[in-house]
Design a protein around this ligand. Structure first.
Ligand SMILES: NC(=O)c1ccc[n+]([C@@H]2O[C@H](COP(=O)([O-])OP(=O)(O)OC[C@H]3O[C@@H](n4cnc5c(N)ncnc54)[C@H](O)[C@@H]3O)[C@@H](O)[C@H]2O)c1
Length: 255
């Protein structure tokens, strides 16, 4: 069975206003699924709602800052109003270019709150509901930084390694109850995030070349390529994959 043949699902995607989240939303909308998209930035989120609705997906949205952990569950309760989410993609993330000495306590807390604690809170909220409904699928967007140390990315690497561990632990506890939870580990992906990093770099052309060279095919991945991986992990075709860190990095972490 191909993904597009699978039953229509309601899929919640965090950080869906840009980049990998938006590309994934487009792919799932084109495959006939309904969407619940969440982001901190209202204007691009509402633009995404219009675009995804035009693709035929019933699309609801929620403006929410995932760094405010205590607001997540009340906001979901109010916005979902009893709607049953079948599949969850924890995609929103942030990063600061800092080493251990230059990372401030605030930057550390913000990175861990968004990249790791919010994933925990979302899973804490949705896993029992999915178990009660007979099962569900979750993809957590981790990173090559879950596996290797990247220079000047201390809090980011720690948070993404945590996402891989959280994913495995939830799999261990809930696979027998029908939960399929995987993390995906992209290499460098040409998203709005990278565009911002390049815009701030002293030499954007040289920085882009260095970022491209990290992948063994000498280019960055596209958000659409990662969306394909996420869609596979959610699909019936991915049903033998559980608790994995699914690497999509053109060999970055292989050497
Ligand atoms: N781009 C890459 O090279 C790359 C590589 C590996 C992993 N990732 C991961 O992929 C995920 C998506 O990254 P992207 O490259 O598409 O980035 P992006 O910046 O293009 O998109 C991230 C989205 O998350 C949203 N977001 C950020 N903080 C939020 C918060 N506090 N609350 C709610 N929403 C918030 C942003 O508004 C944005 O729409 C992230 O988890 C990132 O760590 C990216």
């Amino acid at each position: 069975m191909s993904y597009s043949d699978s039953t229509k699902k309601l899929v919640l995607i965090t950080g869906a206003a840009n980049g990998i989240g938006l590309a994934t939303a487009r792919k799932l909308a084109s495959s006939g699924h309904d969407l619940f998209i969440l982001d901190k930035d209202e204007a691009p989120l509402e633009a995404a709602v219009a675009e995804l609705s035009a693709l035929g997906a019933k699309t609801k949205s929620l403006v929410l800052d995932l760094s405010k952990s205590d607001q997540i569950i009340p906001a979901l309760d109010a916005a979902l109003a009893g709607a049953v989410v079948d599949q969850l993609i924890n995609n929103a993330g942030v990063g600061f270019a800092r080493n251990v000495e230059s990372t401030s306590f605030d930057e550390w807390d913000l990175t861990i709150d968004i990249n790791l604690k919010a994933v925990f809170v979302m899973c804490k909220y949705f896993v029992p509901k999915m178990v009660a409904a007979g099962g569900g699928e979750i993809v957590n967007v981790a990173s090559a930084a879950s596996i290797i140390g990247l220079k000047n990315r201390v809090a980011y690497c720690a948070s993404k390694a945590g996402v891989a561990g959280l994913t495995r632990a939830i799999c261990a506890d809930h696979a027998a109850e029908g939960i399929r939870i995987n993390a995906i580990a992209p290499g460098t992906v040409d998203s709005t995030w990278i565009a911002k990093i390049l815009a701030d770099a002293p030499d954007p052309v040289a920085t882009r070349k260095l970022m491209e060279a990290r992948q063994l095919d000498g280019r960055m991945g596209t958000p659409e390529e990662v969306a394909n991986g996420i869609a596979f992990l959610l699909s019936p075709e991915g049903r033998f994959v559980n608790g994995s860190l699914f690497v999509m990095d053109a060999g970055l972490t292989a050497v």
